[in-house]
Design a protein around this ligand. Structure first.
Ligand SMILES: [Zn+2]
Length: 123
């Protein structure tokens, strides 16, 4: 009998941990987006970079272009024609607040988190 109770406790703990992981996973899945700025002005908001579906946008400026891709919680510059290619060399930005800058094109990509209210509104 005692053995059964112990197993019941272990089983409940495992279930709780699983539920916690699923819940936390969904929370983070909806909580990261990105803002793309051109010349200091907001050019485009990417709602969700956590998507398993890859997305991309090509930003064209008089100085050149940047092809920006996002997938699985990361955003990065896939292709650009600026001289330094600092933006492309930066690689993937994944953390909220992280920014990729392409100074020659006046382009800034910023990873942003959403507030709890916005997450609630989406569910
Ligand atoms: Zn660049």
């Amino acid at each position: 009998m005692k053995k059964n109770i112990r197993w019941a406790v272990i089983f409940s703990a495992v279930v709780l941990v699983c539920l916690g992981v699923i819940f936390f996973g969904q929370l983070t899945a909806d909580s990261k987006g990105a803002e793309i700025y051109l010349g200091g002005k907001l050019y485009k908001t990417v709602e969700n970079i956590e998507n398993t579906q890859p997305g991309e946008i090509t930003v064209r400026t008089p100085e050149g272009f940047n092809r920006i891709c996002w997938h699985n919680g990361s955003i990065w510059v896939e292709e650009a024609d600026c001289a330094s290619l600092t933006c492309k060399k930066y690689g993937k930005a994944t953390l909220i607040g992280e920014t990729i800058v392409c100074a020659p094109h006046g382009l800034v990509i910023k990873v942003v988190g959403k507030t709890d209210d916005e997450v609630d509104a989406m569910t």
